[in-house]
Design a protein around this ligand. Structure first.
Ligand code: XUL
Length: 530
């Protein structure tokens, strides 16, 4: 008999549904609703976000996300997806974004069962019509205020697993309180994107799971409870507005009757607490053992790994979240990913084939040449004004510049993941640039790990479907290991493994020390700590 589980993923630009069959280990159905394609006329958005004249302010419409849920379920129903046989549902949300709801929210959820559209009555539930999302960087002032009130970078990192960041939820809540105090006072519930959508699916004000909760600067990273000091540094009476924090395997109830009546979803389908896209992707790419990392080379480059034992980074680099399997996960996010690689490609009039050739024709270590490639502001190290530094490289030497940027990106993630104290032997490389074997060779030699290529396009929705099945079996008292839950769904290209070689590893051991020195000559990452 088939055993179906549904994973949803509300990302910045779209909402996706992925149905997996645990019996056959197949992803048997996928559907995506793109916000711009479906709603550009209705909501005045571009690529899922509201275009503001101030580029630092990036918000979206929570109403649009709810609208997209209706559309997704309508399409799944008309495609005859087996909604009536789904055993459990979980979901994923873009991290950090916050939704502000008034007194009417609980009545709205409770009355959903009598409605034929999720939009019916929705305009009355928001105390703020828009939601700040992870791309917003307008709260540096509030970050400083919160950091200072808690006691500095090292203290905040120790308590919450991250320094105070503009895109994290606390500084956004603080800004709302300072600028719109009346609306803040009218706010009775503050949700993350994930817990807001879980509320819609379950008909109750849903809890936040500790994976996504860790991206708020408000949760005690060890105890997984709200941290009083952080809450009071953020805004008054905040605890009253917050929902519970629970572990990522929590079944929060059955699906709201709304979905049973309108879309014929199985009335016994269990809703498993939703989480953030990065914690879900950990599961969707099969990162369930320490020693493995995933490296996504996309618009921005993201490096994540599992961490069994909490190692707190007093310098405040990167983030520690809770992983859905109960341990910790680490995350480095770089803005100068493929955008920076493209700058080099275009400056030297190359294409991706000649870019690869440049790597083939140059040697590990680049004859002592190095680059700090900050074509755009950067998160790690903190770079506020774009700056590109070349050492021992001629700016006119196209090939040396190509090697320099790739070595810089790989060395940076090596140097800045040192504090995690996790020995990595396997990296799953994803994203466009990971298809380049020469880039993977540099990655293998710098990180001393075997590199496997991996398709992770829908890793967050796949991860939430797998979380749904794992929590379901736990509830049914036949708990599965995470290996058993993920096997069969996660496909790694074993044939095209790239392994490191001893000579190049030695070159990069020496170069990593020099790279760190060069970086600290120009960017005083550590000044914030003092
Ligand atoms: C992680 C982050 C992004 C969002 C994007 O800290 O800001 O990865 O989760 O969806």
């Amino acid at each position: 008999m088939s055993k179906y589980f549904l994973g949803l993923d509300a990302s910045t630009q779209s909402i996706k549904g992925t149905i997996i069959d645990f019996e056959t280990k197949d992803v048997m159905y996928e559907k995506s609703i793109n916000f711009e394609d479906s709603f550009a006329d209705i909501y005045n958005i571009k690529s899922g976000i509201i275009v503001d004249s101030n580029p630092l302010i990036v918000h979206s419409y929570p109403k649009m996300w709810v609208h997209a849920i209706d559309l997704l379920f309508a399409e799944m129903k008309s495609d005859n997806a087996p909604l009536d046989k789904i055993l459990a549902i979980s979901g994923s949300g873009q991290q950090h974004g916050s939704v502000y709801l008034n007194d009417n929210f609980l009545d709205y959820l409770n009355n959903l069962k009598n409605k034929t559209s999720l939009l019916d009555g929705i305009d009355d539930i928001f105390s703020r019509k828009t939601s700040p999302i992870w791309m917003d960087s307008s709260t540096e002032k509030e970050c400083d205020e919160i950091r200072k009130s808690i006691g500095g970078v090292a203290e905040v990192f120790k308590l919450t697993g991250s320094d105070v960041f503009a895109r994290f939820t606390a500084s956004q809540i603080r800004k709302f309180y300072k600028q719109e105090e009346q609306s803040y006072n009218n706010t009775k519930h503050i949700h993350l994107v994930s817990s807001f959508l879980a509320s819609i699916m379950s008909g109750i004000s849903a809890p936040i799971d500790y994976g996504d909760g860790a991206g708020m600067n408000m949760m005690d990273i060890e105890k997984c409870i709200w941290n009083e000091k952080c809450l009071s540094a953020t805004s008054p009476n905040l605890k009253d507005k917050m929902t519970d924090i629970v572990n990522s395997d929590t079944c929060i109830g059955n699906i709201s009757e709304y979905f049973v009546k309108n879309y014929n979803v199985n009335k016994d389908a269990t809703i498993v607490v939703f989480s953030g896209d990065n914690p879900n992707s950990m599961i969707g790419v099969g990162l369930t053992n320490e020693g493995q990392a995933a490296y996504s080379l996309g618009t921005s480059d993201v490096y994540m790994s599992l961490m069994k034992k909490l190692s707190v980074n007093i310098n405040g680099e990167g983030h520690i979240f809770r992983s859905p399997i109960g341990d910790y996960m680490t995350l480095l996010v770089y803005k100068n990913g493929s955008l920076a690689r493209e700058q080099i490609r275009d400056k030297y009039k190359l294409n991706w084939t000649t870019f690869t050739e440049a790597l083939i024709k140059t040697k590990a270590g680049n004859n002592g040449g190095m680059m700090l490639p900050y074509f755009y502001p950067e998160i790690i190290p903190v770079v506020t004004e774009p700056k590109v530094i070349r050492k021992n490289i001629d700016e006119s030497d196209a090939f040396a510049n190509v090697r320099a940027i790739i070595e810089a990106q790989m060395l940076s993630s090596r140097v800045h993941s040192d504090w995690m104290n996790v020995d990595i032997d396997t990296i799953y490389a994803t994203g466009g640039a990971s298809k380049d074997k020469e880039i993977c060779k540099v990655m293998a030699n710098v990180h001393k790990a075997d590199i496997y290529n991996f398709d992770s396009t829908n890793s967050a929705s796949l991860g939430s479907a797998i979380r749904a099945l794992h929590a379901y079996y736990k509830k049914e008292k036949s708990e599965l290991s995470w290996a058993a839950a993920t096997t069969g769904f996660v496909h790694v290209d074993k044939k095209n493994k790239v392994s490191p070689n001893i000579e190049d590893m030695k070159v990069y051991d020496e170069m990593a020390v020099k790279y760190k020195e060069l970086e600290s000559e120009y960017f005083d990452f550590y000044q914030k700590v003092k």
